[in-house]
Design a protein around this ligand. Structure first.
Ligand code: GLC
Length: 473
């Protein structure tokens, strides 16, 4: 007889409906990859639930029957919609708290707390209204963590079905803000937890506490969160939960990110035609107004402008490379101060450095295909996707030895690694890379090694499946 595992997969964002960061990439692909693992013996019915943010782009939305959830002395209305993506049911949940906060992540912590608490509550009520029962609730980051807390409190009700709770940890420092009053208004009691006191009212810690399994987005990050340096005050708690913690490396969408078919590129190439790649470099130089010269090292920064990503270290490093012949392109948006530093850098070295401070998916692809190396000096990096995409395109990563970067980049085989979060350590790594670059044979070997790595989702999705299965026992 064939078995089914039903999974309610909750996230704040998912490509192609709405994407702000790496979470959107993962939530956009992993649920479908999991469904694709279905066999005659085992069906994986994973369904994605997202907030109906005003900026969501979705077609053929079918409204479901309205429902409401109790809040204070009255009720709060939930508007749910259904659509599908490659055959996977996708649900959007709307309502006042989601609508009034506007953006996916607002600067107002209170609005976000209201929005995601409401979303988590409403999403846990959804199954009733679609005649479908999950075996697993799979939450991601703090935004949806409260669903696991609610799930656990439901389990305490007499006769309730045992629904397992899984949380994927993409970014530990973001825990949400105090939700004790909000939970109370929804009639959810705060339990006695073994969390540190300050954490007992925050969505992420509550979700971690209530989950049956915690998955960090790389094995490296899974061991880092157990340390004081990266554990954000929860390391002792996590050490007590060691047996429920694991690390599963994210994959990338290797169909979309494929230099041999990528439509954003003027010249497609693969391992056998790697020599053609240089044409993309020259086109990129021309497009950006840089000198068209295949011999000048071209460096890329493709990142959210955020101190997490260490872009400030990259800027200071570049600033200190006065006497070195190089070109660099910085692409991304984020912290206004960091954007300003990027602009200043361009002003300082107008012939060398271009700051493209915007979201531009096509330019990003052209940079992966044209730049010689990508710089990722992250202060912490739960997984990191850009280094994997870069390797697939033969763009050699220069990364800090941290989290998922350390797990995916092999020193002198696929890239260059440095230890300290200091710009001079980055400069040394860049210099080492630049020294290798003119040695075409050696450089192409680095490129080929990276391009040959399998960063597809298949492997990671199977690990999630194994985890689900272990929770079904
Ligand atoms: C967060 C992390 C990043 C990770 C992504 C997807 O954005 O900062 O390292 O790759 O989530 O899991």
């Amino acid at each position: 007889m064939s078995k089914t595992i039903n999974v309610l997969f909750l996230a704040a964002e998912a490509d192609p409906f709405i994407k702000v960061g790496g979470l959107g990439d993962v939530a956009g692909v992993l649920p479908r990859e999991l469904r694709a693992l279905s066999t005659d013996e085992l069906k994986l019915d994973v369904r994605l639930v997202l907030p109906y943010h005003p900026a969501v782009k979705a077609e053929n939305l079918r409204p479901l029957e309205l429902y409401s959830i109790p809040r204070g002395d009255s009720e709060i209305g939930v508007e749910a919609f259904e659509t599908s993506l490659d055959g996977m049911p996708v649900y959007f949940i709307g309502g006042d708290p989601i609508h009034s906060s506007g953006s996916v992540y607002s600067l107002d912590a209170k609005l976000d707390a209201e929005k995601y608490a409401f979303f988590s509550m409403a999403a846990m009520e959804l199954p009733k209204h679609i005649n479908w029962q999950p075996d697993v609730v799979h939450a991601n980051d703090w935004h949806t963590a409260l669903s696991l807390y609610v799930n656990l409190t439901k389990r305490w009700e007499a006769g309730a079905k045992h629904v397992a709770g899984v949380i994927t940890l993409h970014n530990m420092p973001f825990m949400g803000s105090d939700v004790s009053a909000i939970l109370e208004s929804y009639g959810v009691k705060l339990a006695q937890t073994d969390l540190p006191e300050w954490a007992r009212v925050l969505p992420l810690p509550l979700g971690l506490w209530a989950s049956d399994a915690i998955v960090a987005v790389s094995p490296g990050y899974a061991s880092e969160v157990l340390t004081e340096e990266f554990g954000c005050g929860l390391h002792d708690f996590l050490n007590l939960r060691l047996e429920t913690l694991s690390g599963i490396l994210n994959g990338i969408d290797t169909v979309s990110f494929d230099p041999s078919t990528d439509k954003a590129l003027s010249v497609n190439y693969n391992l056998d035609t790697l020599n053609k790649r240089v044409e993309n470099k020259e086109l990129l130089q021309e497009k950006l107004g840089l000198a068209r010269d295949p011999n000048i090292p071209l460096l890329a920064v493709i990142s959210r402008m955020d101190v997490q990503k260490g872009v400030d270290l990259a800027f200071t490093a570049l600033k200190n490379m006065k006497r070195i012949n190089f070109q660099a392109v910085i692409l991304g948006t984020g912290d206004p101060k960091l954007e300003e530093s990027a602009r200043e850098l361009q002003k300082l070295y107008p012939d060398k450095i271009k700051a493209e401070l915007r979201f531009d998916a096509n330019l990003a692809r052209q940079m992966y295909a044209g730049a010689d190396m990508i710089l990722m000096p992250s202060r912490y990096e739960p997984c990191g996707l850009a280094q994997m995409i870069a390797m697939r395109y033969g763009c050699v990563p220069v990364v800090r030895a941290v989290g998922g970067l350390k797990d995916t980049v092999i020193p002198n085989e696929t890239g260059f690694i440095f230890e300290k979060a200091h710009h001079m350590s980055l400069v040394s790594a860049i210099k080492a890379a630049m020294k290798t670059l003119p040695n075409r044979e050696k450089w192409q070997e680095l490129q080929r090694n990276g391009m040959s790595k399998d960063f597809s989702w298949g492997v990671s999705a199977s690990e999630y499946l194994k985890l689900y299965q272990s929770l079904m026992k």
